[in-house]
Design a binder for this molecule. Structure first.
Ligand code: HEM
Length: 379
């Protein structure tokens, strides 16, 4: 019944999108959740691409100037897409990613490695997890979120053009600087929340966003969502990213020449989060980094995976795994989340999904937590 309703809403959304925009389905539009009939209409009009393998780590992984002459900051133009991730927004505004905010997984991995020195496995895992749920597997494109300013009528369904802003796939609740989807805008910087970010950094970090601030602010946002959002949920992938994303800025947004590791000055945080811009003359980290420190963020306030059943009624729920059950998370992500979005893919869609699933599995590292899972069988 719920599925039927979802299909109906998506059909109306596709129809409205085409009617209001007078254009075909966008090449970056997510295909997850579309009905077989919709896929039959849309897929033949897309230009298919065989997904190329991801890049390995770069040869040089030291600090270097990345706010350089070849990558000048430019404000997003009216049709450029920006979204919930301050890292990807910044890369698009400096031209490390296409400035329109639409990219292939390989472009994203190259950009986060080159400009942020993001560690190769982390870059691959994050990118393929996002692409599988929010990207277009036929065209090999994904958008980094929502439009900055809408020109015509609002896109009718974020599931179609939302890219990584799509709620409940990768994007989730209790973000530090974005509101919960339940309250409306889940992708733009939320001013009161950014004020809270600064307030916590002043109170617990003496003007820096550091590990203590990350742990306290992370918990505060979880408590706020528990107390106000009846649909609050941190399960599966979100139970991992909600903590990892609190640690990212400590490692990735801190200048590589620093003598205070894991201390992000508030002025620099403001550059990234508000202006989507490197601090002037920014050097990337001096060694490959990702979410170092995430364990102490979690152990300071160990909230289990779970969800609200009504406001202020948080129920632990580990069905989709979480931060300490990575094999269960991976298995459920493939068998529940991805198979739910694509119950019965065929042809090029199935081929490209299989390729991306293999890339995601290989990103789990040299010793993966469990064997590869094949949602539709092995061939
Ligand atoms: C590798 C590809 C990446 C993808 C696909 C990606 C995707 C996302 C998505 C979907 C969100 C929204 C999650 C939410 O609901 O809060 C997000 C948030 C975030 N991302 Fe990224 N990201 C990537 C790389 C990076 C990098 C390199 C940084 C650098 C610091 C970064 C920093 C963050 C932070 C701090 C947040 C949380 C914002 C908040 O809580 O207010 N991400 N990212």
């Amino acid at each position: 019944m719920v599925q039927l309703l979802q299909h109906l809403i998506l059909s109306i959304a596709v129809f409205l999108f085409e009617a209001s925009h007078g254009t075909a389905f966008p090449a970056y539009g997510s295909l997850g959740g579309l009905s077989e009939r919709q896929l039959e209409e849309i897929v033949p009009n897309l230009r298919p691409r065989v997904p190329p393998p991801p890049p390995g780590p770069p040869a040089f992984t030291g600090a270097k100037l990345v706010d350089d002459a070849a990558h000048p900051w430019r404000a997003a133009r009216k049709n450029d897409i920006r979204g919930p991730c301050p890292g990807l927004n910044t890369l698009a505004s400096h031209g490390y990613l296409p400035r329109d905010g639409v990219a292939s997984p390989v472009q994203i991995i190259e950009a986060v490695q080159e400009a942020f020195n993001m560690e190769n496995f982390a870059a691959r895992f994050t990118t393929y997890a996002a692409h599988l749920v929010d990207g277009n597997p036929i065209t090999d494109l994904i958008s980094i979120g929502e439009k900055t300013r809408k020109t015509g009528p609002d896109p009718p369904s974020p599931a179609i053009v939302g890219g990584i802003s799509n709620h409940g796939t990768f994007e989730g609740d209790a973000s530090m600087t974005r509101g919960d989807a339940f309250f409306g805008d889940n992708h733009s910087l939320n001013e009161p929340l950014f004020e809270q970010f600064k307030d916590f950094s002043n109170r617990y970090g003496d003007g820096f966003y550091n590990l203590t601030v990350a742990a306290e602010l992370r918990h505060q946002r979880i408590l706020q969502s528990m107390a106000t959002n009846p649909e609050f949920s941190i399960m599966g992938l979100r139970h991992i990213t909600v903590f990892a994303e609190a640690a990212f800025p400590l490692n990735i947004f801190v200048d590589g020449r620093t003598d205070k590791p894991q201390h992000l000055p508030l002025a620099d945080a403001e550059n990234f989060f508000k202006d989507m811009r490197f601090p002037r003359g920014f050097f990337r980290a001096s060694a490959p980094v990702s979410s170092e420190g995430v364990e102490s963020v979690f152990t300071a306030h160990p909230v289990p995976a779970g969800r609200n059943v009504g406001v202020n009624n948080f129920v632990p729920d580990n069905r989709l795994g979480g931060i300490f059950d990575f094999c269960l998370f991976y298995t459920q992500f493939i068998n529940t989340t991805i198979r739910g979005l694509y119950p019965n893919p065929t042809g090029v869609l199935r081929r490209n999904l299989d390729i991306n699933l293999k890339f995601m599995f290989e990103s789990l590292g040299p010793t993966p937590p469990c064997p590869q899972v094949f949602p539709w069988g092995e061939n």
